[in-house]
Design a protein around this ligand. Structure first.
Ligand code: SF4
Length: 167
C-alpha cells in the first residue's frame, strides 16, 4: 500500500508480485554477449539515436554478477558454449536471456559441425529476436515482449521459463 503524502487520506493498493515485477521489468541491467555482427547492431541500439534507456535497460554491465539480462548477439560455436553457460551461471537471479538474431536463436545459416544450433541448447532462453541482423527496433520489440513476460512471472525465479519469438 502506498500513501499519497500530499493528500494523506488517499492511498493506493497493489499486489507485492506486481510491484516487484514492475521494478524488475523497468530496471534491467543487460550484459551483452557479443560474438559477431549482431553485436555491432547492439551498439547502435544502445547509442543515443535509438536510446535503449527509453526501455529502462540502458545500464549495460560487463560483469555477469551485476547483470540480470543477457543479450546474446552473434554466432556461438561449440567451443564457446561452455563459456556462455559459465557466464550465465554467474548472473544474479532472477535473470533473463534474449537471443538476438538468427545465429543466436538457431545457428542461422551456419548449419555446420562447429556452430551451436541455438543458445537454448545450453541456457534457458526467454526471447528470440528475428533478423540478420535484427534492427534496433526488432530488439526493442523483443524487450517489450520480455517486459510483458516479467510482468506475468511469479516471484520465485523463473526456472520453468518458455521461449517467445518476435517477428
Ligand atoms: S544473425 Fe546475421 S548479423 Fe547476426 S551474427 Fe548472425 S550472420 Fe551476423
Amino acid at each position: 500500500m502506498a500513501v499519497d503524502l500530499a493528500n494523506p487520506g488517499n492511498f493506493l493498493t497493489t499486489r507485492l508480485r506486481q510491484a516487484i515485477n514492475w521494478g524488475r521489468k523497468y530496471s534491467l541491467w543487460p550484459i551483452p554477449y557479443g560474438t559477431a555482427c549482431c553485436a555491432i547492431e547492439f551498439m547502435a541500439a544502445v547509442s543515443s539515436y535509438h536510446d535503449l534507456s527509453r526501455y529502462g535497460a540502458e545500464l549495460v554491465r560487463f560483469s555477469p554478477r551485476q547483470s540480470d539480462l543477457m543479450i546474446v548477439a552473434g554466432t556461438i560455436s561449440y567451443k564457446q558454449a561452455p563459456i556462455l553457460k559459465t557466464i550465465y551461471a554467474q548472473m544474479c537471479e532472477p535473470k533473463w536471456v534474449v537471443a538476438m538474431g538468427v545465429c543466436a536463436s538457431s545457428g542461422g545459416f551456419y548449419k555446420n559441425y562447429g556452430t551451436l544450433q541455438g543458445i537454448d541448447r545450453v541456457i534457458p532462453t526467454d526471447i528470440y529476436v528475428a533478423g540478420c541482423p535484427p534492427t534496433p527496433e526488432n530488439l526493442f520489440h523483443g524487450l517489450l515482449l520480455l517486459q510483458d513476460k516479467i510482468d506475468r512471472e511469479g516471484l520465485v525465479a523463473s526456472a520453468q521459463r518458455h521461449g517467445e519469438q518476435t517477428g
